[in-house]
Every structure is written in C-alpha cells, then in structure tokens.
Design a protein around this ligand. Structure first.
Ligand SMILES: [Zn+2]
Length: 262
C-alpha cells in the first residue's frame, strides 16, 4: 500500500468502456483489493447507452449500486460516446488527465478484441495504453487541464474471456477471488437493464465456469486472469513462485505450527 502517496492518489485505477465490463472481468479482484486496504477507483469510459432496455439514469443507478457492493470508493464516468468509442487524441487527453489527477500506481485496463461483441472493447484497450503513455509527457500541460505529468508505473490487462486472439501475453497471473466471488456476482446482477432474469442465469453460468476453470489452474475455487505488457521481473525466485508464504529457514519449525505448502 502506498502510505507515502499523495492524499488524492490511488493505488489502483481500473478502466473499461462500459459499466459492467469491469465487474465481469475483475470485480472479484477489485473487491478483494479494497478488502486488503488498497485505494481503488473505477473509470467507465462511456455510459454504455443507448441499449434496448437501459437509459442514462438507469445505467448510472446500476453502476452506483455495483460500486457500493464492491466497496470501491470512487467511480467516474468519462462520458465518451458509446458504440463509436475510438482511440483518438482527444479521448487520450481526457483519460490521461484522470491518470495525472489521480496518480495510480497500477492501471488495470480491459483488454482484447471482441469481434462478436462491441468494437468499443478493442478501442478501449488501445485508448488505455495510449493514455497511459501520454500521461507522462511534458510540455503539453494545456492538453491535460494543467495537471502535472505523471508516469503510471504499472499497466495490467484484464482480458475479455471471449477475446478473438489466443494471445501470447508476456506475463499472465491469476488472482484467487474465492472470497469475493459472490460479491462480484451480486455486483453484476445490479445491471438488470442488461441482464434480465433469464439472461442473467446464462451470464452467471458463463462467469462461474470461466472463473472456476481459471481458478482451478492454481488450485483456487474461483480466479480472475490478468496479463502484463512485459515479462514479470523479480529478484527473488522463491518469493515470486511461492508468494508470501514463509521460508523454511525462518522461524517456523518443521513439525510445529503449519508447514508452508507449495
Ligand atoms: Zn462492454
């Protein structure tokens, strides 16, 4: 956690095109980060409207309810146009302005191309990467409402599970969301305008299967997958592979207390 961070800065900002994207992709992880004490914010790039049964007011109300369920303290809607979202300079400036204002240590961005779903997803992926790069640029403050340059240290992808490409991401990892999975499902269920009861059951089944299969790869009941734009670096192979579990050479005696297990 960033004790030394400025009061208005965030540990994690999560960004995606539509309200409900982040809940589906990484709602369990966002709720877990909050539980772990990290300062988390959500940025929806668009309102998600128009849709057949939604309205601006309904979507905003649903998104707010989902935010409360996940206990995320801040949710901003950047109000870029839904359906025709584009990675273009003006939109990069707007998102980068938020990065410069809220100075996150980590940006989680939805990622991937979804040819059978909204093209906004692919454009959002490109836009998030570009805005992260723009955020650090000097001699351009007038494009970012006078905010100071800020370099976002880490970008983490939250890939769509129905992505077109089987990508060779540089580094992937899975977060155990067994303790926040039901919270995630409740947050998704708030979007009644998108998932009426019949549809929600199908969506819930799909998500349960995806998160179940993803988690099982690491021995968790439920997991969410993430990826990095670069390889994972570490100076300690043991800690990287073994997480924070204790070293045998530390104070824990074999046969006493609990043994660290792989
Ligand atoms: Zn979406």
């Amino acid at each position: 956690m960033s004790d030394s961070a400025k009061p208005d800065s965030y540990d994690v900002l999560a960004v995606a095109p539509h309200p409900d994207d982040l809940e589906i992709l990484c709602g369990g992880t966002l709720a877990k980060l909050v539980k772990q004490g990290y300062k988390v914010g959500i940025i929806d790039l668009t309102s998600g409207e128009p849709t057949p049964r939604g309205s601006l007011e309904i979507r905003a109300r649903e998104a707010e309810k989902a935010r409360e369920i996940l206990n995320v303290p801040m949710r901003i809607n950047l109000d870029l146009p839904n359906r025709i979202l584009m990675d273009e300079p003006a939109n990069r400036f707007k998102l980068a302005t938020l990065f410069r204002r809220y100075r996150p240590q980590i940006v989680i961005g939805s990622a991937g191309r979804t040819p059978a779903a909204s093209p906004d997803h692919h454009q959002g992926h490109l836009l998030i990467e570009a805005a992260r790069f723009y955020s650090q640029l000097t001699k351009w403050d007038d494009q970012f409402e006078g905010t100071a340059p800020y370099r976002v240290p880490h970008l983490v992808y939250a890939p769509f599970p129905f992505e077109a490409e089987q990508r060779s991401w540089q580094g992937t990892f899975i977060i155990d969301i067994s303790d926040t999975f039901e919270q995630k499902m409740q947050a998704i269920q708030t979007y009644e305008s998108q998932f009426d009861l019949g549809r929600f059951e199908k969506v819930a089944h799909f998500i349960r299967c995806v998160n179940g299969a993803t988690g099982a790869r690491c021995g968790y009941m439920y997991g969410e997958q993430f990826a990095l734009p670069t390889s994972v670096g570490s100076t300690d192979l043991f800690t990287l592979v073994n997480g924070s579990k204790s070293l045998l050479s530390a104070n824990i005696q074999p046969g006493k207390d609990h043994l660290p297990m792989g």
